[in-house]
Design a protein around this ligand. Structure first.
Ligand code: NAP
Length: 295
């Protein structure tokens, strides 16, 4: 069988950022507002610092305003909540993102739910999760939106397809399953207690792996011709004492069975920030009572 089409998330995300930039220019010109994204970072986690830097850079490149609020790792929960309250009331801020994980002494759920649902561009607030689950307009978690955009780009209409999502986290597994259901897929959500996981996966026309276990999904678990979307980002030992990134799917095996597949890196990963920018434009339009432009 021929090798699967490699889904180029980096190129797709680049195109999406360009369309977002154009939409932002129109909003400025026609409606006189500039979408603004505020990121709150607590502590010095190196990976979080890298993410926050790229978010800021890409926000500015898309013509939007970027605000960063950094706190020491010992900052109190009350200080962080006070900052979020201030941002909730700031008319220049349309999106608020609290970089996770937070230090252990801060209640993550409480902080997430203190963000105004209208500015919750991460889509983690319980109100947005509820809106998504009940088919109402919602700000939806960025990585799941990115997964479904890539699947639709390759497959077109997803209606009637069998989708299997491995993983049931609130930030990836559950929202991606809801989005696929909204696309009229028949959705199975698998997790650590699922029996005969390989057989369940083999039913999938669209297989989404969001597990956090390096190369767990083997080629023999993939239905020939399926679209495989690998959300996993795992660092493993590579050659010459260096580490390398791999997904939750054994790419080298699955690429010989699937019809299309996202690589890691360069697949789902780049979509997350692009979808965050898209959500910020969406939030800004909703706050300003303006139709959300095509992006
Ligand atoms: P998570 O919160 O740890 O959830 C993992 C899920 O996988 C859980 O539902 C768990 O089941 C399930 N699971 C664990 N071991 C399993 C097994 N052996 N068989 C079947 N299911 C199993 O992880 P997450 O936050 O959803 O993230 C998943 C992966 O995506 C990670 O590699 C993460 O780094 C990556 N990620 C990437 C992006 C991005 O590309 N930008 C964004 C977010 C996450 P139970 O519920 O039964 O425990």
């Amino acid at each position: 069988m021929a090798e699967a089409k490699r889904i180029d998330g980096k190129a797709f995300a680049g195109g999406l950022r360009e369309r977002i930039g154009k939409a932002v220019a129109v909003l400025k010109e026609t409606h006189g507002f500039t979408p603004g994204l505020a990121v709150v970072l607590v502590g010095e986690d190196p990976a979080s610092q890298v993410y926050v830097r790229s978010k800021g850079k890409q926000t500015v490149e898309a013509g939007m305003n970027s605000y960063e609020h950094k706190f020491d790792k010992d900052a109190s929960e009350a200080e962080v909540l006070a900052m979020i309250e201030k941002l909730n009331n700031d008319d220049n801020v349309h999106g608020i993102l609290v970089q996770l994980p937070l230090p252990k002494h801060i209640d993550e759920t409480k902080v997430i739910n203190s963000v105004s649902p209208d500015k919750d561009v991460d889509g983690f607030h319980v109100v947005n999760a509820g809106r998504l689950a009940t088919g109402q307009a919602a700000l939806t978690s960025c990585t799941p939106v990115g997964c479904v955009m890539l699947a639709k780009d390759v497959l077109g209409n997803l209606s009637g397809l069998e989708a299997v999502v491995v993983g049931r986290s609130n930030i990836v597994g559950k929202p991606v399953a809801q989005l696929l259901l909204a696309e009229n897929c028949t959705v199975t959500i698998a997790h650590s207690r699922t029996k005969d996981l390989d057989e369940v996966c083999r039913r999938a026309d669209i297989l989404i792996a969001a597990v956090g276990r390096p190369q767990m999904v083997k080629g023999s678990w993939v239905k020939p011709g399926a679209c495989v979307i690998d959300v996993g980002i795992n660092r493993i030992d590579g050659e010459n004492g260096k580490t390398r990134l791999v997904g939750d799917v054994d790419f080298d095996e699955a690429v010989n069975v699937a019809g299309s597949i996202t690589p890691v890196p360069g697949g789902v990963g780049p979509m997350t920030i692009a979808c965050l920018l898209r959500n910020t434009v969406q939030a800004a339009c909703m706050i300003n009572n303006v139709d959300v432009p095509e992006m």
